[in-house]
Design a protein around this ligand. Structure first.
Ligand SMILES: [Zn+2]
Length: 353
């Protein structure tokens, strides 16, 4: 196995991918989706947050964090110097109704023309069911950086009640009917599987909160509860043991600062996502800020011309905030994912469900 160069990226609450995936992270620097003012207040907030003894956030008070703090500060300062007001990735926008209708028709045409559609989803497809996103105005990461206390469980502990969003259901049905070939997601909420999307057609790039796997025989176990019990960034053991071989079980969440070395099964997830993006002639990005390496570089892999798609592929981005990848998109839609996916499902499958 080729050793992966370790790369540390600052990302959402405690996870985000950092492994170098087949060298596809070409840009090198992920721009945090925050405005200048926000970045400034974040730096102050970070200082307060890290050193506050009253906070009970194990991730941020762990020893490993100290190492990251310095690197994080220089990262933020670099962004402060390079981020122009025109590159505002924090403000939410919405297309006016007429413009949205035009764009939806364009999207429908693109979907009808495409032979191989891959969907890439982020936290934005789960916000309508009450889960937080990371970089929206009320996002977990935005709030943490402002120094606010944010709960670690993210609402995932309510797993029994947690139901897929309109977008999840639409994706699952469009897959069932042959329109969507593969889904890559940075979400750890397990809702794509809950909506009936087959595991073989899904890459969960940052893991799944309800899965733990055996360190020895690698067998995954799907649970009805959140499996992670460890508090250190590089700790993954859950304290439970494999029902087959007795080996220790580990959660598969890609924590802040982790590489494939720490969560080995993620390499296969990334590779699958990468190959399907290469093959795709249309990648539909839903509710992602497209700012976290290495996952954020996957959708654009569809753009290059290859056998079977001499003109290259196209990328469509649906997100309320601008993203650093917007210039690469053939179509950019500023609307809630549920609205777009409900339209697409009805237009492609009819109202019968
Ligand atoms: Zn085992």
């Amino acid at each position: 196995m080729t050793p992966h160069k370790r790369r540390t990226i600052f990302c959402g609450l405690q996870w985000g991918t950092t492994g170098s995936c087949r060298g596809n992270s070409r840009n090198g620097v992920a721009r945090e989706s925050l405005t200048m003012d926000c970045l400034k207040s974040c730096l102050d907030g970070l200082q307060r947050y890290v050193w506050s003894s009253t906070l009970k956030d194990s991730t941020w008070t762990s020893k490993e964090y100290e190492e990251y703090e310095l690197e994080f500060k220089s990262y933020m300062q670099q962004n402060l110097q390079t981020l122009s007001p025109a590159e505002d990735f924090a403000t939410e926008h919405r297309d006016d109704p007429e413009e949205l209708q035009r764009k939806l028709q364009d999207l429908l045409e693109l979907c009808k023309e495409a032979n191989y559609i891959v969907v890439f989803t982020g936290a934005g497809i789960s916000t309508s069911i009450g889960l937080p996103d990371y970089r929206g105005p009320q996002g977990v990461w935005t709030r943490k950086l402002k120094g606010e206390l944010v709960s670690d469980d993210l609402g995932l502990e309510r797993s029994a009640q947690l139901q897929p969003s309109r977008s999840h259901w639409a994706i699952s049905r469009l897959h069932q009917n042959g329109f969507i070939k593969f889904v890559s997601s940075t979400n750890v909420d397990g809702l794509h599987l809950k909506s009936g999307l087959p595991k073989a057609c899904l890459a969960e790039l940052h893991g799944n909160s309800y899965v733990e796997e055996c360190e020895s025989c690698l067998k995954p176990f799907h649970r009805s509860f959140v499996t992670r019990t460890a508090t250190g960034l590089f700790d993954h053991r859950t304290g439970r043991y494999c029902e087959l071989c007795g080996g220790p079980l580990r959660d598969i969440i890609v924590n802040f600062g982790n590489t494939f070395e720490h969560v080995p099964s993620m390499e296969a997830q990334h590779d699958a996502a990468w190959l399907h993006c290469l093959k795709a002639d249309l990648v539909l990005v839903l509710g992602s800020s497209l700012s976290i390496l290495t996952a954020c570089d996957l959708p654009e892999e569809c753009l290059e011309a290859r056998d079977g798609k001499p003109d290259g592929g196209k990328m469509v981005i649906v997100n309320l905030q601008r993203t650093p990848k917007d210039p690469l998109a053939s179509l950019r839609i500023f609307a809630p994912c549920d609205e777009v996916m409900a339209f697409l499902e009805e237009a492609l499958l009819g109202t019968e469900r």
